[in-house]
Ligand binder design. Structure first.
Ligand code: UD1
Ligand code: UDP
Length: 383
């Protein structure tokens, strides 16, 4: 059996790795071993519970207000021990967090092969998003197999000289996870979410966490939202606030106590995904949400100046608006009053996946280890 170790640490990595882990478990050719750094704790654990994943190793590194140095050094040292003990044939890492990069680096130091899931995303701006753009480039330099979600991501890798035979266009596993989670008949457990009148109210769903937005950029976004909620009585803002205390303090200062602004704890993935599908507009600086919302036909205003996910921007369902207060206010207001603009942005599109990404990743691994002759069929954007 081929020993495949998945290494991840944060909420989005867990959501996007879960379909791969479930698919590996179905194949007798692989022994699947799960190691989490737990760079996130509660936000990671809710995903593990939802997909019933029990890690074989849990480094439990999270600390309050952790720095990049804390995460890097603790994860690197912890993974040294795990890799020494297990000696997997290949380590799979996901995306662009510090856990991702350290997972690749630790594997390299042990001369263990690395597969990079969600490879090839680029903004070409070293500091935006920070530190994710460098994390993914550094991971890409180490990776032996690259699972690119889209042809755009593949082309980025080809331009950097990566061998074509080492790149597999798979679609993004986030769409696999979404398909397994969003249901029209879903009933919220949470009292607030259960009682909201989704037909008559206009729900603006908000998430923010990017390091480069901490401080003034976030304050400007929240001030714009305050103006919106005061002007539009049918608007309800639902804002599951990231656990980072640096985010929480600014949110509370600007939006705390306002009528029709619901500042709640991060939601578990199942209610969050189902809430996305009932929202009117989504404002976010998240990477994953930019991929999920277009599949649900929800307009997204991205609170960033750059994106590594240009596909939905090109298709018109996602707009990059940055964090300038006047711009955030104007763009949100426009979507609330201009039906044509709203309809234009809310066409459902699926540039990121078709729900079969994990199967493609596992098929590519089987081919790599010469365990199947079945051909690899790449993901193609259909709409
Ligand atoms: C991290 C990733 C980012 C990813 C994001 C997804 C890095 C450097 N950053 O950013 O790429 O987009 O996760 O959400 O890899 N905290 C808790 N409980 C939790 C999670 C976080 O209390 O379950 C608090 C802790 O105080 C922690 C802080 O949030 O120190 C920040 O967490 P951290 O992982 O450093 O940064 P994120 O902004 O979450
Ligand atoms: N998400 C969640 N609960 C929330 C907010 C987001 O489960 O309260 C999910 C969301 O659906 C997406 C992922 O978390 O799949 C995105 O995580 P995040 O924005 O933290 O990270 P990023 O994608 O920016 O790295």
């Amino acid at each position: 059996m081929i020993k495949v170790m998945t290494v991840f640490g944060t909420r989005p990595e867990a959501i996007k790795m879960a379909p791969v882990i479930l698919e590996l478990a179905r194949r007798p050719e692989f022994q699947s071993i799960v190691a989490v750094t737990a760079q996130h704790r509660e936000m990671l654990d809710q995903v593990l519970r939802l997909f019933d994943i029990k890690p074989d190793f849990d480094l439990d590194i999270m600390s309050a207000d952790q720095t990049l140095f804390d995460i890097t050094t603790k994860a690197l040292k912890g993974l040294d021990g795990v890799l020494t003990e297990v000696r997997p044939d290949i380590v799979l890492v996901h995306g662009d967090t510090t856990t991702t990069f350290v997972g690749a680096l630790a594997s390299f130091y042990h001369q263990i092969a690395v597969g990079h899931v969600e490879a090839g995303l680029r903004t070409r701006n070293k500091y935006s998003p920070f530190p994710e753009e460098m994390n993914r480039r550094l991971t890409g330099s180490i990776a032996d197999l690259n699972f690119a979600p889209t042809s755009t991501a593949r082309d980025n890798l080809l331009r950097e000289g990566v061998d074509r035979s080492k790149i597999f266009v798979t679609g993004n596993t986030v769409i696999d996870a979404l398909h397994q989670t969003v249901r029209a008949e879903f009933v919220f457990g949470d009292e607030l979410l259960k009682t909201i009148d989704y037909e008559r109210k206009k729900i603006i769903l908000v998430t923010t966490h990017r390091r480069e937005n901490l401080g003034e950029p976030m304050r400007h976004v929240y001030e714009a939202l305050k103006q919106i909620v005061e002007e539009f009585p049918t608007v309800e803002i639902i804002f599951p606030v990231h656990k980072n205390p640096k985010v929480r303090s600014i949110v509370d200062a600007v939006l705390g106590g306002l009528e029709r602004v619901h500042l709640i704890d991060p939601l578990d993935y199942e209610p969050f995904a189902n809430l996305m599908s009932r929202a009117e507009i989504i404002l976010t600086d998240s990477g994953g949400v930019q991929e999920e919302a277009p599949a649900l036909g929800k307009p997204v205003l991205v609170l960033r100046d750059t994106t590594e996910r240009p596909e939905a921007v090109d298709a018109g369902t996602v707009k990059l608006i940055g964090t300038d207060r006047a711009r955030v206010y104007e763009e949100t207001r426009r979507l609330l009053i201009d039906r044509a603009e709203y309809d234009r942005m809310s066409a459902a599109i699926n540039p990121y996946g078709d729900g079969r990404a994990a199967r493609r990743i596992v098929r590519a691994l089987l081919r790599h280890y010469r365990l199947t002759d079945e051909p690899f069929t790449e993901f193609k954007t259909s709409s």
